[in-house]
Design a protein around this ligand. Structure first.
Ligand code: C2E
Ligand code: MG
Ligand code: MG
Length: 894
């Protein structure tokens, strides 16, 4: 059928040439005929009962019904109108009954070549002054209608996923929410989606979104209830649902399904999802209200560590309000001069001279007093204020630094958001030019967070920054989530070892010293300096110095100072600081009397803390709790720590903390981590510690202390290490991924140091001695010597036993090495630790020789390596050192 030219006949057509001209009626007849022939329109007339008295021939052809059968039939019968159009068709007899003109009633006909839509118009005809029926015409509007329908479809559906969109959702909510009607709204946000877009490009991101839509449809079933709001945001609206338990289970299922790996063009990628839920009528009775509440809950889910769901709670409003208030105040703070920059010295570990300072932003709020940058920097990042704030800090610090002695370097913290800003290099160059500070004196401190962004952009930014001639340091090393691969290529000049590694490094059983040693070794290999952060006590200072850290920052040398204070200290040109502070990182017991909470299983007990130290506390108020019980202590305001009951006395319980407490700037003991206020609110724990009431808690999952700790994001302490005979394998299992890959990156000898077994006494090698020896061994012409020494130290076996060892003596699955009896000793079985296993994996193997250690040149076993070992230790100037000394030294060296 010909496509839609549209003819508009509105009422009586105005007088035209048609009417006036001589051949007016002939032309009109021609025009009518051409309309009929085009198939786009036809004419009709009825009698006063609405029965057809005339029909264009083309219409009869169209219906495939002989004309004589059509005439006399009710006109309304021509129009078959299924679905929504029924109402319009039903209206036709009424319209005809009204005996009045009508225009453009849109009706559908069905015939052999399909459904078509017509605009039907009619005029009444009179005969002898009284109503005699209708005459009129029908115009084909099928194509016009189709295109306007597809436009309205497009306006209501997301073209990529074909899910209903935001506009559609507004309508859907209006239909299902209101009054007392029950309805749940889930707002979903994909975690790490940006990474997929960045690495696989937008087509990759699109493919992933389609798969996400597919998975959601599978879970929810009905496509009509899932909406794509834009980007990586989806909303699910569930009319009739308000049961938290099933909704929680559904949210958990969505998160788990969306977190399964995806395959995009053969590339595997993994994302996560967070969900915020609101329920009508409890949380609101309009779509907007419910979406806003679900959004606050989603925000809470993301702050709670992502990958989880939260139901809306009223306290989210207060928290959001406080944040909003701070954000607003922060905007003003910049103009009102409430911000200033403090400078903390960085001291050379050997000379104790100040070589540079770190700029730390400070905000003195007019009402709230000082606010920590840890609180307001993230707010600035989210509120798009960080660029302005960061620029101000850079300019101010460069200006100040230009007035210091020329040797003093300036380090400035740059957040990942600032690093992603194209304009950063030009801001820095301009600040340097304006202040006159040479670029070589400037150092930027970056955190691992920068590696989460697009890697080509990250690389390009590194190049542009290095081209300025400044230095880069990697801040808070070891606390991030990034893999260590970047260390090979990123042009860092320094690694800053996070304070969390220094804390407790002196305590027995702590592996932190070994980790610091490994970081120092790695930095050395990559030609980078190291700074240990947050050194507070003399014993920590001694330890990090002995581990070879090149620079030190912490209260033991100086707290951050204002520029005047700093300038005064630097006035003589050189500032050497004598360390000052507590001799030991001591667990001082302080007597207090404070209300707190103790969670055991799913019960919240109100307790009183009688005294407290960094490592434990004495509490009253519990009944019948056996030793060994795990509890969560709640000190209020999100300060929570896992503990184990160690002693039971008449009145109370002695508990040991899972990780040591720290001293706050106000001098009180406090937990390292703070549980997010959102999490507290969700689980009814906000204010519980101060309320002094016991109650039952409601968490999903088994009601154990461990499950609840997991809900609250608390670290469940691993079992205390057994003091003797503990193998190295146990020690690397619970390290973070970054430290684990660090271990993989170092040589067998360094690896050995990281996994120190607990030998005591004997000759202790100094760090420089270790370095010399390590160098000599690694450069020995016997390329196997480093493996041999590492294995002898790690397994406790003798040189001879190792040289005689065969692969057939080793059961890698059981991780055991059977040493057969010999002249020098009885046979025994040695356990193979993770570290030893790794070294075994690196050993060159020969098909023709079953020995563990072979001479790669001859493919034969060594008879003795004593010559090589002797030469190496002499070269290191340590001729008297024995392998036993190495074993003994491991505890405090490296
Ligand atoms: P950061 O860069 O790791 O800074 C070191 C933090 O450790 C500072 O906290 C410093 O005051 C504190 N500190 C230094 N020595 C000791 C010590 O011996 N004991 C203890 N307990 N703490 C010590 P501050 O100033 O509160 O800053 C916290 C974080 O806020 C910084 O960590 C940094 O990530 C961020 N920050 C600070 N200033 C800026 C800035 O100007 N820009 C950006 N983007 N971030 C900043
Ligand atoms: Mg820093
Ligand atoms: Mg730091």
């Amino acid at each position: 059928m010909a496509s839609g030219r549209v003819f508009r006949f509105r009422g009586r057509p105005p007088e035209s040439d048609f009417d006036r001209g001589v051949d007016g009626s002939a032309r009109r007849a021609q025009a009518v005929q051409s309309l009929e022939e085009s198939g786009n329109g036809w004419f009709w007339s009825t009698d006063r009962e609405g029965r057809l008295t005339f029909l264009s021939r083309q219409a009869a052809d169209l219906f495939g019904i002989p004309m004589d059968q059509l005439l006399g039939q009710p006109f309304a019968q021509l129009f078959a109108a299924p679905g929504e159009e029924v109402a319009a068709r039903d209206r036709l007899p009424f319209v005809l009954n009204r005996q009045a003109n009508f225009d453009r009633l849109t009706l559908q006909t069905t015939h052999e070549s399909g459904h078509r839509w017509w605009d039907v118009s009619g005029r009444i005809s009179y005969s002898s002054g009284s109503f005699d029926g209708y005459f009129g015409f029908c115009i084909d509007v099928t194509d016009q209608l189709a295109s306007s329908r597809s436009a309205s479809q497009a306006a209501l559906f997301d073209p990529l996923t074909r899910l209903p969109n935001r506009l559609n959702m507004t309508q859907f909510m209006a239909d299902h929410i209101g009054g007392a009607r029950r309805c749940a709204v889930m707002l979903l946000d994909l975690d790490r989606f940006k990474g997929v877009n960045d690495t696989l490009g937008h087509p990759g991101g699109d493919a992933l979104l389609k798969q996400v839509a597919g998975r959601l449809q599978k879970i929810i079933g009905d496509k009509q209830k899932i909406f794509r709001l834009g980007g990586d945001e989806f909303e699910v609206v569930l009319p009739g649902r308000d049961d938290e338990e099933t909704l929680g289970a559904l949210a958990a299922e969505i998160i788990s399904s969306l977190s399964q790996p995806y395959s995009i063009n053969g590339i595997r990628c993994v994302i996560g999802a967070s969900v915020g839920i609101s329920i009508s009528p409890r949380d609101g009775t309009t779509g907007d209200e419910l979406t806003q509440k679900a959004d606050l809950a989603l925000y809470a889910a993301k702050s709670g560590g992502r990958g989880c769901f939260r139901f809306f709670s009223d306290s989210f409003l207060e928290i959001a309000e406080e944040r909003r208030q701070l954000e607003e105040d922060l905007r003003d703070a910049l103009v009102r001069d409430e911000l200033w920059v403090a400078y903390q010295p960085l001291v050379c570990a050997i000379s104790e001279r100040v070589t540079g300072v770190e700029a730390l932003v400070r905000w003195t709020h007019p009402r709230r007093g000082p606010i920590s940058p840890e609180k307001f920097v993230p707010i600035a990042e989210e509120a798009n204020l960080i660029d302005a704030l960061g620029e101000w800090i850079i300019r101010k610090a460069c200006e100040d630094a230009a007035g210091w002695p020329a040797e003093i370097r300036l380090a400035i913290n740059v957040s990942p958001v600032q690093f992603a800003n194209e304009a950063l290099p030009s801001i820095i160059t301009s600040a340097l030019a304006n202040s006159g500070l040479p670029p070589s004196r400037l150092e930027l401190e970056l955190t691992e967070g920068i590696f989460l962004a697009n890697s080509t952009e990250t690389e390009a930014m590194f190049k542009r920054l290095k081209a300025i001639g400044l230095r880069l340091s990697l801040d808070d090393f070891g606390t991030g989530y990034a893999s260590l691969g970047y260390l090979r290529t990123a042009p860092f000049d320094k690694i800053k070892i996070d304070q969390s590694f220094v804390r407790g490094a002196n305590e027995s059983g702590s592996r932190n010293a070994a980790i610091i040693a490994a970081i120092v070794a790695l930095a050395g290999a990559l030609n980078m300096e190291t700074t240990a952060e947050g050194i507070e006590t003399l014993d920590q200072l001694e330890l990090v110095r002995s581990l070879g850290v090149s620079h030190i920052q912490g209260y033991v040398y100086s707290k951050p100072l204002d520029n005047d204070g700093l300038k005064e200290s630097l006035s003589s040109g050189v500032w050497t600081i004598r360390p000052k502070g507590p001799a030991k990182h001591r667990s001082e017991r302080r007597t207090i009397y404070r209300k707190a909470g103790a969670i055991i299983g799913s019960y919240y007990h109100s307790v009183t803390v009688r005294n407290i130290s960094e490592t434990g506390a004495y509490i009253e108020g519990l009944i019948d709790v056996p030793t060994g019980t795990q509890i969560i202590l709640d000190f209020g305001d999100g300060r929570m720590e896992m503990a184990v009951v160690r002693r039971v006395s008449d009145r109370g319980y002695g508990v040991e903390f899972g990780s040591t407490l720290i001293t706050s700037p106000e001098g009180t003991l406090t937990t390292r981590k703070v549980v997010s206020p959102y999490l507290l609110a969700t689980h009814g724990l906000a204010g519980a510690a101060h309320a002094g009431k016991s109650k039952t808690l409601h968490f999903t999952g088994p009601p154990t202390t461990e499950t609840i700790a997991a809900h609250l994001g608390l670290t469940i302490p691993s079992e205390a290490p057994s003091p003797q005979g503990s193998t190295a394998s146990a020690s690397i299992t619970d390290l973070s991924d970054s430290v684990r890959s660090l271990i993989a990156a170092v040589s067998p000898l360094q690896n050995l140091a990281i996994t120190k077994p607990g030998y005591e006494g004997g000759r202790h090698l100094k760090p420089e001695e270790w370095d010399r020896l390590k160098l000599a061994v690694e450069h020995s012409p016997n390329a196997q010597l480093k493996y041999i020494i590492a294995l002898v130290v790690l397994t406790g076996a003798g040189f001879r036993e190792l040289l005689a060892a065969k692969w057939s003596d080793i059961d890698l699955e059981q991780r055991s090495w059977t040493i057969p009896p010999s002249e020098s000793g009885e046979g025994r079985t040695v356990r193979i630790s993770d570290a030893a296993l790794k070294i075994l994996g690196d050993l060159p193997r020969s098909r023709s020789c079953d020995h563990l250690i072979i001479n790669p040149r001859t493919n034969k076993p060594f008879h003795s390596v004593f010559g090589s070992w002797d030469a190496a230790r002499k070269k290191a100037g340590l001729a008297d050192v024995s392998i036993h000394d190495l074993r003994r030294s491991m505890k405090s060296s490296w």
